[in-house]
Design a protein around this ligand. Sequence first.
Ligand code: DGL
Length: 274
Amino acid sequence: MDPRPIGMFDSGVGGLTVLHECLVSIPEEDFIYLGDTGRFPYGPRSADEIKSYAWQIASHLLSLDVKLLVVACNSATAAALPWLQERLMATVIGAVLPESEAAARTTRNRRVGVLATEATVASGSYERALLNLDAGLEVFLQPCPRLASLIQEGDVSSPEMVETVKHYAAPLREAGADTVILGCTHYPLVTPMLQRTFGRDVILINSAREMSLEVGDVLKRMGIANDPSREGKYSFLCTGDVDSFRRVGARFLQMPLTSVERVKISDLERTGVA
Ligand code: DGL
């Protein structure tokens, strides 16, 4: 048993969908969540830039004595997870592999689609993960440069949203993918619209949910889970405006965010010298 909190980070509020799933599956754990809202979005950034941000944030969270680090951001996972794992004396887990495993188990026609940011698609990490699981899969990657920001802006049922979702879904529909990974923290917020666009025969894989199951498994395997009879506590850090993090974040977490503190980007830059 280990009572220390789990450290989790994301490019902003999106990773709160991962935290939401963790609160459902492992409610006894404490979490410290850091949202890099001051530098959102990561999707258009280069892998080197994302790596340096991930390093700074990981170093900061480890200085707070967390027992496990969760990269709750698909773009940061794709750009930086193996790199962080090689360099840190801590267990670091993230996206990509958990939902790739679920997709490889789920597909019936071995055609898997992935919706993700430009950075995630450019990293090739989903293709590598999926083909390692089944070299015979056909993988169709669709970058969605506009989708995360549009979801974050708030009107998830606007005509613009309908058109944007249709536009990004079209190539995967044409390719005949029967399983589609929602490879970005924001996309679970438009699951009903995506399901309607792809049709009822296509199975959508929620990477936030798969990641939360992986967190639970790792805690058990390492013997560092918390007392299952307790109720966890959560605290939040962000690099941008605190009020807007609290307001927008509540939509992603689906509950109010109480304790939110600001961390200065200049302080993170000082902590994280790789
Ligand atoms: N958390 C990011 C991701 O999952 C959201 C999008 C972004 O930062 O561009 O890729």
